[in-house]
Design a protein around this ligand. Structure first.
Ligand SMILES: N[C@@H](CCC(=O)N[C@@H](CS)C(=O)NCC(=O)O)C(=O)O
Length: 194
Protein backbone atom coordinates (compact mmCIF):
# COMPACT_ATOMS: atom_id res chain seq x y z
CA UNK A 1 0.00 0.00 0.00
CA UNK A 2 1.53 3.35 -1.01
CA UNK A 3 1.50 6.36 1.33
CA UNK A 4 -1.45 8.75 1.32
CA UNK A 5 -0.98 12.51 1.12
CA UNK A 6 -3.92 14.74 2.05
CA UNK A 7 -4.32 17.84 -0.09
CA UNK A 8 -6.95 20.47 -0.93
CA UNK A 9 -9.79 19.25 -3.12
CA UNK A 10 -10.21 22.76 -4.51
CA UNK A 11 -6.78 24.36 -4.06
CA UNK A 12 -7.06 28.16 -3.79
CA UNK A 13 -4.01 28.46 -6.09
CA UNK A 14 -5.81 26.57 -8.86
CA UNK A 15 -3.29 23.71 -8.72
CA UNK A 16 -0.17 25.76 -9.48
CA UNK A 17 1.78 24.11 -6.68
CA UNK A 18 1.98 27.04 -4.26
CA UNK A 19 0.53 25.11 -1.31
CA UNK A 20 2.76 23.11 0.98
CA UNK A 21 1.60 19.71 -0.24
CA UNK A 22 3.79 20.26 -3.34
CA UNK A 23 6.80 19.72 -1.05
CA UNK A 24 5.64 16.22 -0.17
CA UNK A 25 4.57 15.27 -3.70
CA UNK A 26 7.84 16.60 -5.12
CA UNK A 27 9.91 14.68 -2.53
CA UNK A 28 8.06 11.46 -3.32
CA UNK A 29 8.58 12.01 -7.05
CA UNK A 30 12.30 12.69 -6.51
CA UNK A 31 12.78 9.39 -4.70
CA UNK A 32 10.53 7.52 -7.14
CA UNK A 33 7.93 6.39 -4.62
CA UNK A 34 4.29 5.94 -5.67
CA UNK A 35 1.65 7.64 -3.55
CA UNK A 36 -2.05 8.32 -3.33
CA UNK A 37 -3.78 11.63 -2.78
CA UNK A 38 -6.74 12.20 -0.51
CA UNK A 39 -8.63 15.28 -1.65
CA UNK A 40 -10.40 17.12 1.15
CA UNK A 41 -12.65 20.16 1.20
CA UNK A 42 -12.12 22.95 3.74
CA UNK A 43 -15.11 21.68 5.68
CA UNK A 44 -13.72 18.12 5.77
CA UNK A 45 -10.47 19.57 7.13
CA UNK A 46 -12.43 20.96 10.09
CA UNK A 47 -13.85 17.55 11.03
CA UNK A 48 -12.79 16.04 14.35
CA UNK A 49 -11.72 12.93 12.46
CA UNK A 50 -9.17 14.93 10.46
CA UNK A 51 -7.93 16.60 13.67
CA UNK A 52 -6.77 13.15 14.77
CA UNK A 53 -4.40 13.31 11.83
CA UNK A 54 -3.56 17.01 11.92
CA UNK A 55 -4.18 18.86 15.21
CA UNK A 56 -4.30 22.22 13.40
CA UNK A 57 -6.58 21.01 10.60
CA UNK A 58 -4.17 21.95 7.81
CA UNK A 59 -2.58 20.42 4.71
CA UNK A 60 -0.56 18.37 4.05
CA UNK A 61 -0.64 15.12 6.01
CA UNK A 62 1.15 11.88 5.26
CA UNK A 63 0.07 8.38 6.22
CA UNK A 64 2.16 5.30 5.65
CA UNK A 65 1.00 2.15 7.42
CA UNK A 66 0.82 2.95 11.11
CA UNK A 67 2.75 6.22 10.73
CA UNK A 68 0.84 9.50 10.43
CA UNK A 69 2.72 12.79 10.07
CA UNK A 70 1.87 16.46 9.64
CA UNK A 71 4.20 19.46 8.98
CA UNK A 72 5.56 19.50 5.44
CA UNK A 73 9.19 19.82 6.61
CA UNK A 74 8.93 16.79 8.90
CA UNK A 75 7.29 14.78 6.12
CA UNK A 76 9.98 15.70 3.57
CA UNK A 77 12.65 14.84 6.15
CA UNK A 78 11.02 11.47 6.77
CA UNK A 79 10.90 10.68 3.04
CA UNK A 80 14.49 11.86 2.54
CA UNK A 81 15.70 9.65 5.38
CA UNK A 82 13.77 6.64 4.19
CA UNK A 83 14.75 6.63 0.51
CA UNK A 84 17.97 7.59 -1.26
CA UNK A 85 18.11 10.70 -3.42
CA UNK A 86 17.41 13.70 -1.21
CA UNK A 87 20.08 13.53 1.51
CA UNK A 88 23.80 12.84 1.02
CA UNK A 89 25.22 9.71 2.61
CA UNK A 90 28.29 11.48 4.03
CA UNK A 91 27.40 12.48 7.61
CA UNK A 92 28.59 16.08 7.50
CA UNK A 93 27.05 16.75 4.08
CA UNK A 94 23.80 15.23 5.35
CA UNK A 95 23.77 17.52 8.38
CA UNK A 96 24.37 20.53 6.14
CA UNK A 97 21.46 19.51 3.89
CA UNK A 98 19.23 19.29 6.98
CA UNK A 99 20.56 22.70 8.04
CA UNK A 100 19.31 24.14 4.72
CA UNK A 101 15.92 22.52 5.32
CA UNK A 102 15.70 24.43 8.60
CA UNK A 103 17.01 27.60 6.97
CA UNK A 104 14.22 27.41 4.38
CA UNK A 105 11.44 26.91 6.92
CA UNK A 106 12.80 28.78 9.90
CA UNK A 107 14.73 31.72 8.43
CA UNK A 108 13.55 32.41 4.89
CA UNK A 109 9.85 31.44 5.03
CA UNK A 110 9.10 33.59 8.14
CA UNK A 111 10.63 36.62 6.38
CA UNK A 112 8.33 36.02 3.42
CA UNK A 113 5.29 35.48 5.67
CA UNK A 114 6.08 38.70 7.54
CA UNK A 115 5.07 40.69 4.47
CA UNK A 116 7.99 43.09 5.05
CA UNK A 117 9.55 43.80 1.65
CA UNK A 118 12.84 44.98 3.14
CA UNK A 119 13.10 41.82 5.26
CA UNK A 120 12.47 39.65 2.19
CA UNK A 121 15.00 41.62 0.12
CA UNK A 122 17.59 41.16 2.85
CA UNK A 123 17.06 37.40 2.96
CA UNK A 124 17.13 37.16 -0.85
CA UNK A 125 20.41 39.01 -0.95
CA UNK A 126 21.93 36.88 1.83
CA UNK A 127 20.74 33.64 0.29
CA UNK A 128 21.95 34.61 -3.15
CA UNK A 129 25.37 35.42 -1.70
CA UNK A 130 25.47 31.99 -0.02
CA UNK A 131 24.47 30.25 -3.25
CA UNK A 132 26.98 32.19 -5.35
CA UNK A 133 27.25 30.64 -8.78
CA UNK A 134 26.71 27.10 -7.48
CA UNK A 135 23.99 24.99 -8.98
CA UNK A 136 22.54 23.98 -5.58
CA UNK A 137 22.99 25.14 -2.00
CA UNK A 138 25.51 22.48 -0.96
CA UNK A 139 26.73 19.96 -3.54
CA UNK A 140 24.03 17.85 -5.17
CA UNK A 141 20.34 18.76 -5.16
CA UNK A 142 18.94 17.90 -1.73
CA UNK A 143 15.86 18.18 0.45
CA UNK A 144 17.31 21.55 1.49
CA UNK A 145 17.00 22.84 -2.08
CA UNK A 146 13.56 21.29 -2.44
CA UNK A 147 12.21 23.16 0.58
CA UNK A 148 14.06 26.38 -0.24
CA UNK A 149 12.66 26.46 -3.77
CA UNK A 150 9.08 25.85 -2.61
CA UNK A 151 9.50 28.69 -0.12
CA UNK A 152 10.96 31.08 -2.73
CA UNK A 153 8.62 30.40 -5.62
CA UNK A 154 5.65 31.96 -3.83
CA UNK A 155 7.42 35.29 -4.42
CA UNK A 156 6.83 34.98 -8.17
CA UNK A 157 5.17 38.00 -9.66
CA UNK A 158 6.10 40.34 -6.80
CA UNK A 159 9.30 41.31 -8.62
CA UNK A 160 11.39 40.29 -5.62
CA UNK A 161 12.67 36.97 -6.89
CA UNK A 162 12.88 38.21 -10.48
CA UNK A 163 15.06 41.11 -9.29
CA UNK A 164 17.78 38.64 -8.29
CA UNK A 165 18.85 36.79 -11.43
CA UNK A 166 21.00 34.22 -9.56
CA UNK A 167 18.21 33.16 -7.24
CA UNK A 168 15.60 33.36 -9.96
CA UNK A 169 17.69 30.99 -12.10
CA UNK A 170 18.12 28.68 -9.09
CA UNK A 171 14.35 28.42 -8.70
CA UNK A 172 13.82 27.96 -12.45
CA UNK A 173 16.49 25.25 -12.54
CA UNK A 174 14.71 23.34 -9.77
CA UNK A 175 11.30 23.78 -11.38
CA UNK A 176 12.66 22.18 -14.56
CA UNK A 177 13.45 18.96 -12.73
CA UNK A 178 11.29 16.15 -14.10
CA UNK A 179 10.20 15.19 -10.57
CA UNK A 180 8.89 18.69 -9.91
CA UNK A 181 7.02 18.68 -13.22
CA UNK A 182 5.48 15.30 -12.39
CA UNK A 183 4.45 16.53 -8.94
CA UNK A 184 2.72 19.54 -10.51
CA UNK A 185 0.83 17.34 -12.93
CA UNK A 186 -0.11 14.71 -10.34
CA UNK A 187 -2.71 12.76 -12.21
CA UNK A 188 -6.15 11.72 -11.12
CA UNK A 189 -5.09 8.08 -10.82
CA UNK A 190 -3.34 9.06 -7.59
CA UNK A 191 -6.65 10.11 -6.09
CA UNK A 192 -8.48 7.96 -3.57
CA UNK A 193 -11.76 8.52 -1.73
CA UNK A 194 -11.66 10.47 1.57
N1 LIG B 1 3.85 24.57 8.89
C1 LIG B 1 2.81 23.84 8.20
C2 LIG B 1 1.87 24.86 7.56
C3 LIG B 1 0.67 24.17 6.92
C4 LIG B 1 -0.25 25.17 6.25
O1 LIG B 1 -0.25 26.37 6.56
N2 LIG B 1 -1.03 24.66 5.30
C5 LIG B 1 -1.96 25.52 4.59
C6 LIG B 1 -1.92 25.17 3.11
S1 LIG B 1 -0.36 25.61 2.39
C7 LIG B 1 -3.36 25.22 5.08
O2 LIG B 1 -3.71 24.10 5.35
N3 LIG B 1 -4.17 26.27 5.17
C8 LIG B 1 -5.56 26.15 5.57
C9 LIG B 1 -5.75 26.46 7.02
O3 LIG B 1 -4.78 26.79 7.72
O4 LIG B 1 -6.89 26.40 7.43
C10 LIG B 1 3.44 22.91 7.16
O5 LIG B 1 4.53 23.25 6.65
O6 LIG B 1 2.88 21.85 6.86
Amino acid sequence: MSPIVSIFKNPPDGGRGFHRDIRVRWALEEVGQPYQLRLLTFSEMRHLEYRQLHPFGQMPTYEDGDLALFESGAIVHHIAQQYPGLLPTDRNSRSRAVMWMFAALDTVEPAISSGSVSHVQQRIHQLSTALGDNEWLDGDFSAGDLLMVTVLRVLRGANLLEANSMLNSYVERAEKRPAFQRALRTSSNHVRSP
